[in-house]
Design a binder for this molecule. Structure first.
Ligand SMILES: NC(=O)c1ccc[n+]([C@@H]2O[C@H](COP(=O)([O-])OP(=O)(O)OC[C@H]3O[C@@H](n4cnc5c(N)ncnc54)[C@H](O)[C@@H]3O)[C@@H](O)[C@H]2O)c1
Length: 320
């Protein structure tokens, strides 16, 4: 079986590929542009079941060629950082919307499926109480989440219109090793390890659900192997924390105090709370997060402590 995985030089896709190479039998082709967020150091390059192709998901001839040789697709490639989408939305629309459509067209031409489209809980907007089920209307607020919502709808339209076997996952905030140090957990941990301050947005009361990256990958693979065509599956972690609470845990884990926190102007349009109802994945697929948050966070902090060689060049903007 040949699996085409896009964006797997990044945080989540690389965890997914490392997991499949360690446990499964599939041959994997990774298509990744190696933007600032992608690094070959995340992948076991040279593994006999792994082929790496550097390229853009918007490059239709390349995508066509790779899709022709694939049986299934798991699509992670995206511009993924909300703050960058506020500074400029062009690459978000291009990669997240047009890139997804380019892949879907190729999958349709070559009859490739399942096509698992990896999305985000941010497409639902913001919710003060309760949790979103999959059928909740989409109301994205940032250019990032709007581009992801657009790609979800295009993907689902290819199922409805053409019968393509598309499956969409929407997960909460991931944490774990190999996450680019611009996202809150690795940014805060690496700043603290360097004796620097950490920037906390606004009053820190924004709430997120935290999901270990390996639990997310497990959920994605359940959707790929046992999910139903045309369905959306929420994948959550079961640990809701305000940014202030998360900051407190990270300070403790790094042996630092609140004097290291710098309160900065809130992100424009900052969603107050995300919360997905993932009972569908639990009842249909037997999904359950396996990582206890306290242990997962401690292991993550330890990984950054032990892997300065991985994140120091990325923070200095050095390409590898
Ligand atoms: N990180 C999270 O907490 C989170 C939460 C919900 C959903 N997601 C989704 O999961 C997916 C993976 O997220 P991540 O955190 O691993 O992202 P990431 O930014 O770490 O990695 C993205 C990867 O995609 C590649 N890429 C970007 N543009 C490309 C293009 N045009 N062609 C080919 N490759 C390209 C990059 O080089 C990089 O390797 C994304 O679709 C994201 O929207 C992430």
């Amino acid at each position: 079986m040949n699996l085409l995985v896009t964006g797997a030089a990044g945080f989540i896709g690389s965890a997914y590929v490392r997991g499949l190479l360690a446990g499964g039998t599939a041959d994997i082709t990774v298509l990744d542009k190696l933007t600032y967020a992608g690094s070959l150091t995340n992948l076991p390059v040279g593994h006999p079941r792994l082929e790496f192709v550097q390229g853009d998901i918007c490059d239709a001839p390349l995508v066509d060629k790779l899709t022709a040789g694939a049986d299934q697709i798991v699509h992670f490639a995206a511009e993924s950082h909300v703050d960058r989408s506020i500074d400029g939305a062009g690459t978000f629309v291009r990669t997240n919307v047009l890139g997804t459509q380019t892949l879907l067209d190729a999958a349709l031409r070559h009859g490739v499926g399942p096509f698992v489209h990896v999305s985000t809980d941010e497409v639902y907007g913001s919710i003060e109480t309760g949790s979103w089920p999959e059928e909740h209307p989409l109301a994205p607020n940032s250019p990032y989440s709007a581009s992801k919502a657009s790609s979800d709808l295009i993907a689902l339209a290819y199922h409805r219109t053409h019968g393509l076997d598309v499956r969409v996952t929407r997960c909460s905030n991931n944490y774990g090793p190999h996450q680019f140090p611009e996202k809150v957990v690795p940014l805060f941990v690496t700043n603290l390890l360097d004796g620097e301050r950490v920037p906390l947005y606004g009053d820190g009361r924004n709430v997120r659900d935290w999901l270990h990256v390996e639990d997310h990958c497990h959920g994605i693979d359940l959707v790929r192997t046992n999910g139903r065509p045309g369905e959306v599956y929420n994948i959550g972690g079961g640990t809701e924390l305000s940014n202030r609470e998360l900051t407190g845990l990270l300070l403790d884990a790094c042996g630092a105090g609140w004097d290291r926190v710098e309160h900065v102007t809130d992100r424009k349009g900052h969603d107050l709370r995300y919360s997905v109802d993932w009972s569908k994945a639990r009842t249909e697929l037997g999904y359950r997060p396996r990582h206890d948050f306290a242990t997962g966070l401690a292991d993550t902090v330890a990984w950054y402590r032990d892997h300065r060689d991985w994140w120091e060049p990325l923070k200095r903007g050095v390409r590898r």
